[in-house]
Design a protein. Structure first.
Length: 380
């Protein structure tokens, strides 16, 4: 296990550039195999009624409900390092699948996907998934304002490390807009969708990933970096984009005694669970189809976003449960019907987990997420 410490102002240009090039190459290749998503109109019949904001404006962090962003996505200043702001520290370490009791590792053979079950188009048959080791990276942000020995709230993020999250939190703490909090950004176990380690972790409708974080990640963070993480679910948040977004809600839904706050970009609230589970046969589509409408409201506060060019039917399944825009619209509708505190943002001129939209909205999203939690001091 490797650990290193650096200040948030340390040079990261080479690493960031290399990572961006890698992601661009692989994401472009993946998207090239998908149909081009249509541009959706937020006023489409059946979509939720929403307040259309002036171009460049974002919602108030105190407002529940549905909002439409214009096509201009200017980065919020809080997403970039600011002068005269106390700089927290970022610690990094790696985790090996050999040390995990919950996720020993799987992978799908390169160039393979799966075939729809001829008896049920909502099920995908994957025969090329096999045991495989992985190494994941974890990054931990500890604010300079943290007092050693005190209990701190925290956020767990998927698909890490996430430098934008760390920088934004750093600035918002200094502005007293969110509590003094720790951020834990966890890399996935590799791959994507059915048959992959990432898909198993993020798309499975159960409390297993939350248990993994609770028993295998958080104890390492506390021990190695001498921090104390709150046990109060109101002081714990989850965050992610795409399948990482559905995972964020899955963690809170199945383990509400652990997490009450959820932030998602282009969440995969669609049918992507594998292996199939008869209790939730449609995967995360079940959230808006059955689970939220038919379950007493849980103490979850959620901020979520989708883009007008978000994903639509990107694979060989034709089950009518692979439309990211429709899935998020349906989520907003059922959350409102059940009385949840939520804010839903529909972004124009935006793709899947759109980076420009994230830079524009993340500060407001985090401030909305932490409404009601004490800002001036940590909660014990």
């Amino acid at each position: 296990m490797k650990t290193q410490l650096r200040n948030t102002t340390a040079p990261r240009i080479l690493r960031t550039t290399a990572l961006a090039a890698f992601l661009t190459t692989h994401i472009t290749a993946a998207i090239a195999q998908r149909p081009t998503p249509p541009t959706r109109d937020p006023h489409t019949s059946g979509y939720v009624a929403a307040t259309e904001l002036p171009d460049g404006a974002i919602p108030s962090p105190h407002a529940d409900g549905n909002f439409i962003l214009g096509p201009t996505h200017t980065p919020a200043p809080e997403t970039s390092p600011q002068p005269n702001v106390p700089q927290g520290n970022i610690y990094e370490f790696t985790m090996s699948s050999a040390d995990s009791k919950l996720y020993p590792g799987i992978a799908r053979d390169p160039g393979t996907f799966g075939t729809p079950d001829p008896k049920d188009p909502a099920k995908l048959i994957v025969t090329t998934s096999r045991p495989a080791p992985y190494t994941r990276h974890v990054a931990v942000y500890v604010p300079q304002q943290y007092v050693p020995g005190t209990t701190a709230p925290f956020i767990v993020g998927a698909d890490g490390p996430d430098s934008t999250l760390f920088t934004t939190i750093n600035n918002l703490i200094a502005q007293h807009r969110i509590p003094v909090m720790i951020a834990i950004s966890i890399g996935n176990g590799s791959g994507d969708a059915q048959g992959s380690e990432r898909g198993l972790e993020y798309d499975t409708m159960s409390g297993r990933y939350a248990e993994f974080v609770e028993t295998e990640v958080l104890p390492l963070v506390e021990k190695q970096y001498h921090v104390k993480l709150t046990k109060d679910p109101d002081g714990r948040a989850t965050m992610g984009g795409s399948s990482g977004g559905s995972c964020a809600l899955i963690m809170a839904w199945y383990r509400p005694e652990l997490y009450h706050r959820v932030l998602t970009y282009s969440a995969t609230y669609i049918n992507q669970q594998w292996p199939s589970n008869p209790d939730t046969p449609h995967g995360a589509w079940e959230f808006h189809e059955h689970l939220i409408p038919n379950t007493p409201p849980k103490p979850i506060r959620i901020w979520m976003e989708v883009g007008d060019r978000d994903l639509f039917n990107p694979n060989i399944m034709r089950d009518d449960m692979h439309d990211w825009v429709l899935a998020n619209e349906r989520m907003a509708k059922v959350l409102a019907a059940r009385g949840y505190h939520y804010q839903f943002v529909f972004a124009k001129d935006a793709g899947h987990v759109d980076h420009a939209v994230k830079q524009q909205t993340l500060p407001e999203a985090l401030e909305y997420l932490w409404q009601g939690y004490p800002i001036t001091k940590s909660k014990n």
